[in-house]
Design a protein around this ligand. Structure first.
Ligand SMILES: *[C@@H]1O[C@H](CO)[C@@H](O)[C@H](O)[C@H]1NC(C)=O
Ligand SMILES: *[C@@H]1O[C@H](CO)[C@@H](O)[C@H](O)[C@H]1NC(C)=O
Ligand SMILES: *[C@@H]1O[C@H](CO)[C@@H](O)[C@H](O)[C@H]1NC(C)=O
Ligand SMILES: *[C@@H]1O[C@H](CO)[C@@H](O)[C@H](O)[C@H]1NC(C)=O
Ligand SMILES: *[C@@H]1O[C@H](CO)[C@@H](O)[C@H](O)[C@H]1NC(C)=O
Length: 411
């Protein structure tokens, strides 16, 4: 039996569903909505010159990461209070990230590239600062220190988070953080250090991929001019032979009670055509990703029908997620406490053998403690498998890793 065929089918119970059509539990929600869809509302709004990729809010301002621009808006009326130009950027093979290469514009080999915002984060540990990572300059980041008296000012103090190291192998580049093909970055403070947890889509035609990792943890240096990997096991990469046939889309990342979680959409197995959603978990203090595990996450709509028959509909691909506490009613309904973390996910049904969503979607709410129970069950039953996209079909390679079998779980 091929290991890849032993998919333990989805785990997570459907706990709460909202579907576009009105049925079952959704009726009440629809009735409560007082929004009159036939009326035109005038709402505060802001229109950017270029497409917006990321939004974060911090102290009465909303920061937007867009193509070639960062914007700062007032959180009351969405009026623009500042903007900062991040591109287009001249990229040249002889030019390091963060160098201004404009003077090389007329040399051959230089290309002007739009800077797509790939990650936008607020850090309040060292200084209050906005960190933005773009699609140019090998996925490096810049930090904009926000002056305490004017947190809208993103241009008075801008630093590059890149420091070339003489002894460093080019494939290491810990300062190359984000992939232009897709990324999710989670910033977390632990033991007086800032760690960046990063999930990147990589493939063979994306040039800087030799310096980017699929999933990684890196520490921000105290000098804040770059990062370091604490060990050579601080990153795991999809094997080169699977990079083009087995893309992984990182949809969301969050932290809850000493664990880091990533949510992905990927093929069900290395040779499957169908896609599903997975949840990844590892310890937040784990600088070597030794506790890395993943399993499928399913959002299932169960419709009870007459004569005990039920219809099940699976929403296979996660589109967006958010972690928050439940309200009292939901908590009661799903057996959670008011201070439990709940993962809310918007799931769609994909077109056959595709990651493109169709027009139906559902919201599922998963108490994170139940997710942990499932992970623990898998470990306790020793029901773990090698992750083939990371370690190949030769299981020995995976199981020979000295941190033990039980740390790895394939689906
Ligand atoms: C956007 O704001 C302007 C005023 O700044 C207003 O005239 C317009 O109706 C708003 N648009 C929407 C869709 O609310
Ligand atoms: C780069 O240098 C050119 C002059 O060589 C200058 O006009 C431009 O503003 C600089 N760009 C940045 C982002 O500093
Ligand atoms: C590049 O060449 C054009 C015309 O050939 C010239 O106008 C421009 O100033 C040059 N730019 C630089 C940075 O040398
Ligand atoms: C890599 O990903 C990009 C963006 O999705 C795509 O255009 C390109 O064709 C991919 N390359 C390969 C070899 O799959
Ligand atoms: C959703 O897609 C289905 C199949 O493509 C189509 O029959 C249906 O009309 C669509 N519904 C809406 C609301 O667009």
């Amino acid at each position: 039996m091929k290991a890849t065929a032993v998919l333990a089918p989805g785990i997570l119970v459907l706990l709460f569903t909202l579907v576009q059509k009105s049925n079952g539990e959704c009726k009440e929600a629809l009735v409560k909505s007082k929004m009159n869809v036939n009326m035109q509302y005038q709402l505060p709004n802001f229109t950017a010159e270029t497409p917006i990729q990321n939004v974060v809010s911090h102290k009465h301002h909303i920061y937007l990461g867009a193509i070639n621009y960062l914007y700062v808006l007032n959180d009351k009326d969405l009026q623009k209070v500042a903007e900062y130009k991040t591109g287009p950027v001249l990229e040249h093979p002889d030019c390091f990230p963060c160098q201004n290469c404009s003077h090389k514009a007329n040399l051959s080999g230089g290309v002007w590239k739009d800077n797509i915002n790939m990650a936008l984060l607020v850090d309040t540990y060292y200084d209050d600062q906005l960190i933005s990572c773009g699609s140019v300059h090998r996925g490096t980041c810049q930090r904009h220190v926000l002056p305490p008296d004017n947190t809208a000012n993103i241009q008075s103090e801008v630093h590059c988070m890149y420091s070339p190291q003489a002894d460093e192998e080019p494939s290491q580049c810990p300062d190359c953080v984000v992939s232009a093909l897709g990324t999710k970055v989670l910033l977390s403070e632990k033991d007086r250090f800032i760690n960046f947890f990063v999930g990147n889509t990589i493939n063979s035609s994306y040039l800087p991929d030799h310096s980017l990792h699929s999933i990684s943890v890196r520490r921000l240096k105290e000098t804040q001019d770059g990062f370091k990997f604490l060990t050579d096991q601080s990153y795991i990469d999809v094997l080169p032979e699977f990079r083009d046939s087995y893309p992984i889309k990182y949809v969301h990342a969050f932290e809850s009670n000493h664990f880091i979680y990533f949510l992905t959409v990927q093929r069900e197995t290395l040779d499957a055509q169908t896609f599903h959603t997975r949840i990844i978990r590892f310890c937040s203090v784990d600088s070597g990703l030794h506790s890395y595990m993943e399993m499928p996450l399913e959002c299932i709509l169960t419709e009870k029908r007459r004569k005990r028959s039920t219809r099940e509909e699976v929403f296979n691909i996660l589109q967006a997620a958010y972690v928050s506490k439940p309200g009292t009613q939901l908590a009661k309904q799903i057996g959670a406490n008011l201070n439990d973390d709940i993962l809310y996910g918007v799931f769609a049904q994909s077109k056959p053998d595709s990651v493109e969503p169709m027009n139906r979607s559902a919201v599922c709410a998963f108490p994170v403690k139940y997710v942990n129970e499932f992970f623990n069950k898998i470990v306790n039953k020793n029901n773990v498998r090698c992750l083939q996209h990371f370690y190949g079909p030769n299981h020995e390679h995976c199981f020979n890793r000295d941190y033990g079998v039980d740390k790895y779980n394939n689906v």
